[in-house]
Design a protein around this ligand. Structure first.
Ligand SMILES: *Cc1c(COP(=O)(O)O)cnc(C)c1O
Length: 228
């Protein structure tokens, strides 16, 4: 078994155990393989082990891999910070965007989503760690932003994404993810998605309701930005 295949089996076992521990149906938790900085060959290996959803943070890097892997039926998720001049390519080449945190970006994505494609699935990134994070809308701004985005014609608002500050304290980690779930519930928009949990904290995220866990390091190994 390749390292990546072995890692996928380990992560899938962690997801199953975490779901079982809180009596959740394991099929309600989806694995997003975060492949930033990794070569197309690594994604091809993951595909061979059943992975279909890939998360990328950098548009140019993602587009190069999409071209290299055009023979595979993959689903691409954009999960990084979004500049206005990147929205057209994102609207044209991804099925999901997890990192929308302001209306201007959402409006551009909606205007630029090609008519022949299904509406673009959107998660609003919310900042539940205060000053520790620059990305994400504030909990206070969330209701108005969610209402405005859910009215945009070519987008489908699915839920929230968050990257709480990492901590070794499980109870504190649980509280941060629970905050995200409570924010989603309080919107009352019938949203079905919570994108939260990474390599080090997927158990806590699943216990608090994650429906997408975004896993990089535990699948593909440490990232080397020096060579990226
Ligand atoms: C890089 C990244 C991940 C993956 O993190 P790991 O700790 O490597 O699992 C998840 N989500 C986002 C938004 C990322 O940028």
């Amino acid at each position: 078994m390749s390292t990546i295949a072995g890692n996928i089996a380990l992560v899938e076992a962690r997801i199953r155990a975490a779901a079982l521990a809180v009596q959740r149906d394991v099929t309600s938790v989806h694995l997003l393989a975060v492949s930033k900085t990794k070569p197309a060959t690594a994604l091809r290996e993951a595909y061979a082990s059943g992975i279909r959803d890939f998360g990328e943070n950098y548009l140019q890097e993602a587009r190069a891999k999409q071209v290299e892997l055009a023979d595979l039926p993959l689903s691409w998720h954009f999960i990084g910070p979004i500049q206005s001049n990147k929205t057209r390519d994102i609207a044209e080449h991804f099925e999901w965007v997890h990192s929308v945190d302001r209306l201007k970006i959402a409006q551009r994505l909606s205007e630029q989503r090609p008519a022949e494609l299904a509406p673009l699935n959107i998660c609003i990134q919310v900042n539940v760690s205060g000053e520790a994070s620059k990305s994400g809308c504030t909990p206070a701004d969330l209701p108005a932003l969610a209402a405005a985005i859910s009215a945009l014609p070519r987008l489908k608002l699915r839920g929230l994404m968050a990257i709480p500050e990492p901590t070794e304290d499980r109870a504190e980690q649980d509280r941060a993810f629970a905050t995200v779930r409570h924010l989603q519930e309080s919107l009352n928009l019938g949203l079905d998605t919570l994108s939260m949990g990474m390599s080090h904290d997927l158990e806590s995220a699943i216990a608090q309701g994650a429906t997408w866990v975004r896993i990089g390091t535990a699948l593909f190994g440490a990232r080397d930005y020096g060579q990226a």
